[in-house]
Write a protein that binds this ligand. Structure first.
Ligand SMILES: [Zn+2]
Length: 355
């Protein structure tokens, strides 16, 4: 058995569904899935119900997170035209701001220039602005980064023209970064046909050319691997209007280990994409005495082994090159040999000062 040691992984794009979607996931189950996937710190998305766009909802969610999280986590504030004057009051409780330029699950959406300008003018400069931007919206984000001379992070980039646009912006020295989700690297539109609603998410799965372009930039333009863990129940997926989104916390590392095994990237690069860059880009605190031990024995992803509340993944039955054996967070073994050892509330919510 070959064992590899990694630093605690950081996932900057997770939907934990609190408040309002607790039948899909909650802080205790979502962070159990995180630890099972080697993720010791994550950032929670704000498109909850109600969304994390007012200080009251933000503070209450922060407290719920602190009572229930098993790993370390921070929350995104959500930009919304109605609550835009609340941004300065939201900022102390949030790690970063999320702006949705394109449609996705939930009500948060920004498509007017005054709201975009307010985000860039009133959100603290030391905290990141992240965008859900597809197609030409990527150009809007790059333009705002240039106009305001401040960093912008692009979530789940999935198309050839988008990654090439970001590569072009980087060659001009613009302060932009981006993440790619494993499902956009390992699945394409043919899989979407096969999987039906279980292969439906935003952005949609791309063409084989899109997938190849993302791999072509994996060692250069791509800054982070992020899961976009977005749980929905099988009942919801079987309904007449299935919501978009799939889980990813427990499959992200096994899939990327497989890519490493197949020579797509080095171990050093995997650590950059899943730990070093996420931490630097979002200015996240160090986790002392924290690491992940990986067993590089081939295995198969199975729904029955998942800790996420919804209990399914489109990667059920997929062969992978390795899996998490043990996770140590601040000196404590929190996950070992398929068993979860961390109690709810044992993780830390950042920034600490906001409670
Ligand atoms: Zn998302």
């Amino acid at each position: 058995m070959t064992t590899i040691q990694l630093p605690g992984l950081i996932d900057v794009h997770t939907h934990l569904r609190v408040p309002g979607g607790e039948h899909k996931e909650d802080f205790a189950t979502g962070t159990a899935a995180a630890l099972a996937g080697g993720v010791t710190m994550l950032l929670g998305m704000p498109n909850t119900s109600p969304p994390l766009s007012t200080p009251d909802v933000m503070q209450a969610t922060h407290q719920q997170a602190q009572a229930n999280t098993r790993c370390d986590l921070g929350l995104f504030a959500g930009a919304s035209p109605e609550d835009i004057d609340q941004l300065p009051a939201l900022a102390p409780h949030a790690v970063a701001l999320k702006i949705y330029l394109n449609d996705t699950f939930g009500p948060l959406r920004v498509d007017d220039v005054p709201t975009l300008m307010a985000c860039f003018e009133t959100w603290p400069r030391e905290k990141m602005i992240a965008m859900h931007a597809e197609k030409q919206s990527v150009a809007v984000g790059i333009g705002l980064a240039a106009a305001y001379n401040r960093p912008v992070h692009f979530c789940h980039i999935s198309r050839k023209q988008e990654i090439e646009l970001i590569a072009q912006a980087k060659t001009k020295g613009l302060p932009v970064t981006c993440e790619v989700a494993p499902h956009h690297l390992f699945l394409n539109e043919e899989d979407a046909k096969r999987l039906g609603p279980l292969g439906d998410m935003r952005p949609l799965l791309g063409t084989p050319e899109d997938v190849e372009a993302l791999w072509a930039h994996i060692n250069t333009t791509v800054d982070c691997i992020a899961t976009d863990h977005a749980p929905h129940t099988l009942e919801e997926k079987a309904s007449d209007s299935p919501p978009p989104g799939i889980v990813g916390l427990e499959t992200s590392l096994p899939l990327m280990l497989t890519a490493m095994y197949n020579g797509r990237l080095s171990l050093d690069r995997l650590i950059q994409l899943m730990h070093t860059n996420p931490r630097r880009i979002f200015n996240l605190p160090e986790q002392p005495d924290t690491h992940v031990e990986v067993d590089m024995t081939p295995t198969t992803i199975q729904n029955k082994n998942l800790f996420t509340k919804v209990g399914w993944t489109p990667f059920d039955g997929t062969k992978v090159a390795g899996q998490v054996k043990r996770v140590i967070l601040r000196g404590q073994t929190v996950f070992q040999d398929g068993k979860l050892l961390a109690q709810p509330g044992s993780g830390t919510v950042i920034p600490k000062s906001s409670i």
